[in-house]
Design a protein around this ligand. Sequence first.
Ligand SMILES: *[C@@H]1O[C@H](CO)[C@@H](O)[C@H](O)[C@H]1NC(C)=O
Ligand SMILES: *[C@@H]1O[C@H](CO)[C@@H](O)[C@H](O)[C@H]1NC(C)=O
Length: 359
Amino acid sequence: MRPPHPIIAAYILAGAVASYLLLSFIVPSFSSHIVPHSLQWDQPESKDTNLGGAAITPAPAPAIPSPSPSPSSAPTPPAPLTLEEIQEKESHLLDSIKGMARDVLEPKGSKIVLLSASDGHGHNNAIANLFERATSNRLQYCAFHDYVYQYIDLSRYEADGRSAVWHKIPAIKDTFDLHPDAEWIWWLDMDAIIMTPTLDLASLVLNPDVLARRITYGEDINDTNGKPTGVRVNSTLDVSDVDLVVAQDFSLNAGSFFLRRSDFTFDLLDKWLDRANPEFNQNNEQDALNRLIVQNEDIRSHVGFVDLRLINAFGVGGRDMGWYPGDLVVHFAGCWVHKECSKRFEKLWPQRHTFDRDF
Ligand SMILES: *[C@@H]1O[C@H](CO)[C@@H](O)[C@H](O)[C@H]1NC(C)=O
Ligand SMILES: *[C@@H]1O[C@H](CO)[C@@H](O)[C@H](O)[C@H]1NC(C)=O
């Protein structure tokens, strides 16, 4: 992508400086939080050479919170805050950063909904206050870019008798209904943190001109065992047909992906949710989606695979998978296998770039 025209850049810079001065005057605490990246806004983007985009120096990491007391001596923890309580607690900050990103590229603003959901019974109870922290992190990201944040309590779908992993699908459908302006939904698992909130989703991946350069045409789409299938994204794919943007670790990972409102998408959601899928009994919605894509060229012609780190970097892993400063998100996928969720989370949480460190 080209850097902004110099005159536009000057306007953006002037606007940013004016807002900064105004805000630091009105909100004394604002300047100390915003300084680390306020200088970065107008740098030419470096996304083509660096997956994560603009080089942002993370604020110095505060001390890692002391480990929670052992369960035997622990007093009963306070009830977790609700979404509304978190919003209320943060309302001043959210108002002060609202729309400050001034994103230019489409899609932007309320055309993008960030959707997170939980049934409260995931593997990640090991991470202290995960709901509050992840929610605060997402609310700030959405406020800064004027995106819409939607949280859905998946227990509302329990009556259908399926296991919770499948409930993300009706949650996505309901989110399209709840937000008629939404063009794109970003599904993001609860156990992920937005690390570089200054990145906007259009210039990172969703704008068609950007997406055309992000798609990994040369790579095999692996099967669910992480074995190459010989099937790839069709090199004649028209990016304007792409309705699903997703990435693979060794095979497709459905912890962070983008779906665009379209007839294709609603049809795909129905096929994905179909009880006839062999994965249905294995509680594995991720493999079902992978198989649908590998086996059906008509589905594949609407799917853009991108590098994992672009939209779904992991808490551990090498250059291909693990989070590096500047990457958009870190997802603690599979951390429960080695009971390392809390350890990995507390190591990276302080390294996120943020507008506020009070939480
Ligand atoms: C790629 O797309 C073209 C045009 O839609 C189609 O004719 C062709 O069969 C596709 N190739 C593969 C390998 O799916
Ligand atoms: C696909 O599988 C191969 C073999 O396991 C692996 O080397 C490769 O990294 C996988 N591709 C992706 C994109 O993860």
